[in-house]
Design a protein around this ligand. Structure first.
Ligand code: ADP
Ligand code: MG
Length: 362
């Protein structure tokens, strides 16, 4: 139905989309996820020509819509878009919002357009609001009207750009239910969303966008349970990390601790976790002190919001230095403390690099 090849888009020097390629089949429901600023909205806007792509091709039903001859209004009817901010006409009633475009653009007789609009309002659960004005509706109701208004143009594809992110939490589910129902009825949809549970159960494919690409794609199961690439994994597990580089034995321990505290604060880690983390870092640094003259040490703390676990990574180059394994240290109190604080300790040496990874107990 849609084939996208080499799609790129820049704003001035800012390259937002580098090389998007994909094929979308009729009836597919695709969720698009990824960090903000990675071009998800731009991708949707390029698809229906709200933004003019810088390069590549978009072929819909055999027609390259980036040809000059393309009738832009017709493409937007085929691929109608639901925005975060509803964009209803506030001076028109709900019914008029739905009939305006079909009457003006498709020249459908008024009575027919109104009958169709009423059926769509019923579909989204708002038949009794036909004569209300947008300002009299809640956010969730407005968004359902916006969806019905899109459907009134009988699009082949619906594009959703974060349809629930402007809503109060209490209204998210009424909008998601409507989208779910459309999915069941076989509507082809591309949905940019931050609602991971929804993306997981409504879509048959998930695109993870990053670095101007569809960085990884797969079934919801593949993407949410077994992502293959590093950045996808970090995003799915909502991993936040913090790194500190130690280059001399005279590093500023207090400044480092303050930064770790600030990171813990930001991630809202429980008091006990913070305390244990600081203790663990301190003990590990003491064991590393004798080596600090000869190596640079990178300390990375990662917190996964999903698993609510903290991992600590000590990376250094040069001579092997598995500080936890040397026999001379076996009885060291520091080592006993470290072992008590960690659930898992993993040391690896690869190409002159020492990598000590510790999973903090909860
Ligand atoms: P996302 O939807 O993934 O958060 P967007 O597609 O909105 O990302 O934006 C991606 C990048 O493109 C951002 O860096 C943004 O500043 C830039 N951008 C988007 N629209 C415009 C525009 N009209 N003019 C200039 N820059 C833009
Ligand atoms: Mg966006």
């Amino acid at each position: 139905m849609i084939t996208v090849q080499g799609l790129s888009k820049s704003f001035g020097n800012n390259v937002v989309l580098r090389d998007i390629r994909t094929e979308i089949r009729k009836g597919e429901v695709i969720s698009i996820i990824g960090p903000s600023g990675t071009g998800k909205s731009t991708f949707l806007r390029c698809l229906n020509l709200l933004d003019q792509p810088s390069g590549g091709s978009i072929v819909i039903d055999g027609e390259n819509i980036l040809d000059r001859k393309t009738n832009v209004a017709r493409i937007r009817q085929k691929m109608n878009m639901v925005f975060q901010s509803f964009n209803l006409f506030s001076h028109l009633s709900v019914l008029e919002n739905l009939t305006l475009a079909p009457i003006r653009l498709k020249h459908i007789p008024q009575a027919e357009a109104e009958a169709k609009a009423m059926a769509l309002l019923k579909l989204v659960g708002l038949a009794e609001k036909a004569d209300s004005f947008p300002d009299e509706l809640s956010g969730g109701q407005k968004q359902r009207v916006a969806i019905a208004r899109c459907l009134a143009m009988e699009p082949e594809i619906l594009l959703f750009d974060e349809p629930t992110s402007a809503l109060d939490p209490t209204m998210v589910s009424e909008v998601l239910s409507v989208i779910r129902r459309l999915a069941k009825e076989g509507m082809t949809m591309l949905i940019v969303t931050h609602e991971m549970d929804f993306a997981r159960d409504v879509s048959n494919r998930v695109f993870y966008m990053d670095q101007g690409l569809i960085y990884e794609e797969g079934t919801p199961q593949q993407i949410f349970e077994n992502p293959q690439k590093e950045r996808t994994r970090a995003f799915i597990n909502r991993v936040r990390s913090f790194s500190y580089r130690i280059e001399t034995p005279d590093y500023d321990l207090y400044a480092m601790n303050a930064e770790i505290e600030a990171f813990c604060e930001k991630q809202i880690l429980p008091k006990k976790t913070r305390h244990n983390l600081l203790l663990l870092v301190e003990e590990l640094l003491q064991l590393h002190t004798p080596f600090l003259r000869d190596t640079v040490l990178d300390v990375t703390i990662s917190y996964s919001e999903k698993s609510e676990r903290v991992t600590l990574l000590f990376e250094s180059s040069g001579a092997a230095m598995n500080v936890l394994e040397s026999d001379a240290m076996a009885d060291d109190l520091g080592i006993v403390i470290i072992r008590n604080l960690c659930e898992q300790i993993d040391y690896r040496r690869q190409n002159d690099q020492n990598r000590l990874e510790l999973l903090l107990k909860n």
